[in-house]
Design a protein around this ligand. Structure first.
Ligand code: GLU
Length: 308
């Protein structure tokens, strides 16, 4: 493994890439080149229900079309379930992970029944309802009885306990380091507090991981030194830093780039079919045109012509 800086572009293969991915991939390539680093492509396909083989091939085809070069031999997260399961066992051994049988509907109905209902209920940094701690304080006996029923469940982390254990292990407050995409020399230290998320899902009954767990394990496994990704994942970095500490993993430096917005201000999304590379190719827009008009430091930022 190289000792130089390592960057990664880590798409999930559940749709065609769009213009926002082009920005992320090109920015990773640009910043890696600036510091003489390597760029890896990692396929984040833990969501086996949604990942599709033809989307994986399309990711590589689209990156080639765009002219993004990366190191050979891409890691697929679906090949790493054993490693994730091992880390889950390690986390469970720390005593702050518990099984939760609540369905989405059960959580929602529980919140609706509280004073003020959904409108008054706290939201997490991603806008979701904070988990109302159902199934958190069960006795061993109650848990065993529920396990026997063989229903689906998720493993949740008691977030207050995770924060406390991580700070204890760290010997005080925890920070993550973020760099500006325009000037990698500028480093900002942000104090980590993941508690506003509430008790997050860290794995599921049939999938021994979640985005949060696999991303920290793989960044460490692949010696990633620089995580360059969209601003939508900035809040999640607080969770990632805590997991890195309790699992004894190194901390990369982060850059969270702005998201490209569709004209009406909504985020680009794969499922909405926004500006997929295929649509851009059909409209005879070239990879050069795209690169010229992506936001700085890559281009002039006039990408609005590509938004349909
Ligand atoms: N797989 C995630 C996505 O496609 C990105 C993960 C990351 O960069 O940390 O949104």
């Amino acid at each position: 493994m190289s000792n130089g800086p390592v960057f990664r572009f880590a798409p999930s293969p559940n749709g065609r890439l769009h213009l926002g991915h082009a920005y992320s991939a090109c920015l990773n390539q640009h910043l890696a080149a600036q510091v003489g680093g390597t760029l890896l492509v990692r396929i984040e396909d833990i969501d086996i229900g949604r990942a599709r083989p033809h989307f994986i091939q399309a990711i590589f085809d689209d990156l080639d079309w765009l002219g993004v070069t990366y190191a050979r031999g891409s890691l697929r997260q679906s090949d790493r379930f054993d490693a994730y399961a091992q880390a889950l066992t390690q986390l469970r051994g720390m005593g702050f992970v518990y099984p939760c049988w609540a369905t989405r509907a059960e959580i929602r109905n529980h919140i609706i029944d509280q004073p003020g209902g959904l409108a008054a209920w706290p939201r997490d940094p991603d806008g979701g309802y904070v988990y109302p701690n159902l199934y958190k304080r069960l006795s061993d006996w109650e848990r065993r009885a529920l396990m026997w029923e063989n229903r689906d469940y998720a493993w949740r982390i008691d977030i207050d306990a995770l924060q406390a254990v991580a700070e204890d292990k760290n010997g005080g407050p925890i920070f993550f380091t973020a760099c500006d995409a325009l000037n990698m020399e500028t480093e900002i230290e942000t104090r980590v507090d993941a508690r506003p998320f509430g008790d997050i899902v860290i794995a599921r009954k049939d999938i021994p991981t979640s985005y949060h767990l696999s991303v920290v394990l793989d960044d460490a496994y692949q010696n990633v030194s620089h995580v360059v990704r969209g601003q939508d994942l900035l809040a999640a970095t607080h969770i990632h830093r805590l997991l890195q500490i309790v699992l004894g993993l190194p901390a990369p430096v982060y850059t969270h780039h702005p998201l490209l917005r569709a004209i009406e201000g909504r985020r680009l999304s794969k499922t909405a079919g926004d500006n997929s590379f295929r649509a851009l190719e059909l409209a005879e827009i070239t990879a050069g045109d795209i690169r010229r008009h992506l936001p700085p430091p890559l281009g002039d930022g006039h990408y609005e012509d590509f938004l349909v």
